[in-house]
Design a protein around this ligand. Structure first.
Ligand code: SAJ
Length: 406
């Protein structure tokens, strides 16, 4: 039996995947409402394949609870928020979860942290907390870091097929946890030490951030001299050793836009490319705004309230808005005291910002300039509705003719 703590974007699919592969699972979350929803047979967010996986796991007996269970393996997938100003990670949810585990676990239990943590968190924060509670690490409790690697939008496939990292103090514990993940994971599972596992996870996301920043910087260079950045990247990528990612209106989400800051915060003066990349990606929402102003000038448009931002989530076809480029853009407008743009996203049904619309057609009727911030399938399937509008397409949607690009 395993107890998965935290049933959010990572914990829920992971718990379901274990259960659907024959592992006895209790999923625990402190949120009563969330647990009640799951118990009533419904999932809590949209993700390809999640509902089928959920039904399978329920048929195989997964249980949901607000209580921690007495068992020998815990998997912790609670949020690790970060402070926007200090850029430091807030490990308090992880620490609280481990504290709760220690109240119920038998001697020799293993606690696997899946949540992303800044390198050194286990040594600096977790070990002291465990020891203060009178536990001897390696005897009373084993600590493991097995960071998640799945991409929202393709989580179910990636859970099964990605390789994984398991960081441990003790190789025997590593082999046990490797076998546990091996119940569903078809990728390689590297067993290493905890510090390496922490660092590797952050390095992976930092690599992607830097690559995207390169594409975004090229976009600014190409804009200045009217070159087609997409064509340049397409052709450059035909080289066998070049693989440049795509430019966009910014980098959002709780991973790629956050994790590199851990390295900047801990290694000031050394993490130079990393810091520059963060700044470039963070500058993109304002660059979009500049493009909007230029296009309006060219078109003789003056009314910003006739400009609509399509997309509020941090990327296509997910419902997660954390650190989204659109929210960053609206925040920067507030700083400039600019009047409100109109906003619409098919995945966001609750009111998040001013001038938000909930229906595509109504939104379109109210705007003359549409800025595509997120390339949801909805807009790709209804491109004909954009006829007659001025369009700034920050995502370079294939087949969308006549739109301005970044
Ligand atoms: N983006 C671009 N250009 C690109 C690709 C992405 O501008 O070519 C933007 C997206 O629009 C989005 C942001 O970057 O705003 C991040 O999106 P993403 O799809 O690159 O990544 P995430 O944040 O959804 O998931 C990442 C993944 N990490 C890597 O690919 C190295 C995933 O595997 C991790 O599990 C996840 O972070 C995590 O939880 O850490």
């Amino acid at each position: 039996m395993i107890n998965v703590i935290g049933l959010g974007y990572i914990g829920l699919p992971t718990a379901l995947m274990f259960a659907s592969h024959g592992v006895d699972v209790v999923g625990t979350d402190y949120d009563n409402e969330l647990v009640a929803t799951l118990k009533s047979g419904k999932t809590t967010f949209e993700e390809d394949g999640l509902d089928d996986l959920f039904n399978d796991a329920v048929a195989k007996g997964i249980e949901f609870s607000t209580d921690y269970i007495e068992t020998d393996v815990y998997i912790i997938a609670v949020p690790t928020p970060y402070d926007k100003f200090s850029k430091k990670i807030d490990a308090s949810y992880v620490l609280a979860a481990v504290n709760n585990v220690m109240r119920v676990c038998p001697k020799g239990a293993t606690v696997v942290i899946e949540s992303t943590i800044s390198p050194g968190t286990i040594d600096k924060f977790l070990r002291p907390v465990v020891e203060e509670m009178g536990f001897t690490i390696g005897q009373d409790l084993h600590l493991v870091h097995a960071p998640e690697r799945i991409i929202p939008g393709d989580m179910v496939y990636e859970l099964k097929h990605n390789s994984r990292t398991v960081g441990v103090d003790d190789k025997a514990v590593g082999e046990k946890i490797k076998a546990l993940y091996g119940s569903f994971c078809q990728g390689d599972i590297a067993v290493t030490d905890i510090r390496t596992a922490e660092m590797t996870k952050v390095v992976e996301n930092t690599f992607r951030d830097i690559n995207i920043a390169f594409a975004n910087e090229l976009t600014k260079i190409c804009r200045l001299d009217d070159m087609d950045v997409y064509e340049i990247i397409r052709i450059a990528n035909m080289h066998p050793r070049v693989n440049i990612l795509q430019p966009g209106p910014g980098v959002g989400g709780h991973c790629i836009s956050v994790d590199p800051w851990f390295l900047v915060g801990d290694y000031p003066g050394l993490a130079n490319i990393i810091l520059a990349a963060r700044k470039i990606n963070d500058s993109m929402p304002e660059f979009v705004l500049e493009r909007v102003h230029n296009i309006m000038k060219q078109k003789g448009m003056t009314d910003l309230t006739r400009v609509g931002l399509y997309g509020l989530t941090y990327k296509e076809d997910v419902d997660d808005v954390r650190e989204s480029p659109t929210l960053q853009l609206l925040e920067s407008m507030e700083r400039h005291l600019a009047p409100g743009l109109k906003v619409y996203d098919p995945f966001v049904k609750r009111e998040l910002v001013e001038n938000q619309y909930y229906d595509f057609d109504t939104f379109l009727a109210e705007v003359d300039l549409v800025v595509i911030m997120v390339a949801h399938n909805e807009i790709k399937e209804q491109m004909d509705k954009l006829k007659g509008k001025v369009v700034l397409d920050t995502k370079n949607i294939r087949g969308l003719e006549g739109a301005y690009k970044l």
